[in-house]
Design a protein around this ligand. Sequence first.
Ligand SMILES: Cc1ncc(COP(=O)(O)O)c(C=O)c1O
Length: 357
Amino acid sequence: MSYTIPIEKSTQSRLGEIDFENLPFGRILTDHMFEMDYLDGEWTNIGIRPVKPMQLSPVNLALHYGQSIFEGMKASIDADGHPLLLRPEMHAKRMNLSAERMCMPTIPEELFIEALEKLVYLEKDWIPKISGSALYIRPIMFAADEFIGVAPGEKYKFFILTLPVGPYYSKPISLLTEQKYVRAVDGGIGEAKTAGNYAASLLPAKLAKKKGYDQIMWMDAHEFKYIQEVGTMNLFFVFKDKVVTPATDGSILKGITRDCFIKILSSWGHRVEERKISIDEVIDAYDLGDLVEVFGSGTAAVSTQVSKITHKSKHLVFSEDRWTLSKKLKTYLNNLRAGNLTDDFGWIVKLEEEAFV
Ligand SMILES: Cc1ncc(COP(=O)(O)O)c(C=O)c1O
């Protein structure tokens, strides 16, 4: 199905004011955004319009009870100037999974993708050309009702925002296993990309920073034994004979980079296991010399190497010469995103002019 998405163009572009050599992350919006409202059981008021501030009632339901979900993805540009998206349908599906868990309306996948493609094509001059830079895309939905009371909203707002961001040079991170706080518990909302999960992580992350660590390694909420994920990344443990990533059991986010890495690694002949992995298994393998490297996967940094893991009084230290697979994966995915490789997996959506005139 093709949707009619009217475009109201801004009268004055801010593009000329942007210093593409020095882009801060998450602070510069492009000229336009996609917008729609959910009213009386259907999505309406659909359109691409100039970005503008919005008015919010002090009794906005999402502010009080947290019905707010979002996505995070990137658009890049190939050498011929075509905008490229990586697996947009996966983001549409995950947005709807989050919506279902948070008792919010779903969005027809075709509408989500069409809105995304139209907006990115309109803003294609905002896609940074510097290698590693990208146009960050932030779809967000929240309850728009104006009353106080714990109940699912009946009105929702959905936006897609686009922000040019600089190259994300991730430096290796040190991790502290969390022994008191939990991010998510099975049966909870850990698998949803919802605001509350990030709010829950702030205090423990702040305390870990005070102790000199970059991030928390979240553990399961029952025994503090099984590893979940890190900040805004999924985790991979590279052993001599296999690669293990924690299974998505409902309490961790089903990362799209994670899924890409599993498929790329398998195609390279690696044995990849998605299963429970305990901190004890990781420590034992480290002591035996069987653990080669540990890295995180996520849209922002693609892969991020782990330089240290501390669990109680035990320190696992990884030196730079171990980081082989994480670097290879990052280079591969960045090249795929830049249109420099054959798209063997069929993940890249190229936005061609003819579709948008
Ligand atoms: C909690 C959490 N885990 C993992 C990820 C990685 O997911 P993706 O690879 O889809 O960016 C993210 C980033 O969105 C996240 O916020």
